[in-house]
Ligand binder design. Structure first.
Ligand code: ZN
Length: 87
């Protein structure tokens, strides 16, 4: 059990997001508070056209990166060849 610093509620640890840098490996605020805070932050940021533009850019870049990985994944066929060579 852990005390949330935002809503002051005592909740089980799995109600807190894990965080390596925290002393007990979990954030000090519960998932609910984390979510509502990030939503609030996003709502504020959405008013900023620069941020919206950057977000779009990031989404596009991510899309391309993932696509790139998909293309360069070894095909089942080439994998089989590698196994054959190993034997
Ligand atoms: Zn909370």
């Amino acid at each position: 059990m852990k005390n949330c610093i935002i809503c002051k509620a005592i909740k089980p640890l799995d109600e807190f997001y894990k965080h390596k840098k925290m002393t007990d490996g979990h954030l000090n605020k519960c998932k609910e508070c984390t979510k509502s805070q990030s939503k609030e932050r996003e709502n504020k940021l959405r008013l900023n056209p620069d941020w919206v533009e950057k977000e779009k850019e990031r989404a596009r870049e991510k899309y391309h990166r993932l696509n790139y990985r998909e293309k360069h994944k070894p095909s089942p066929e080439s994998k089989k060849k590698a196994v054959d060579r190993y034997r």
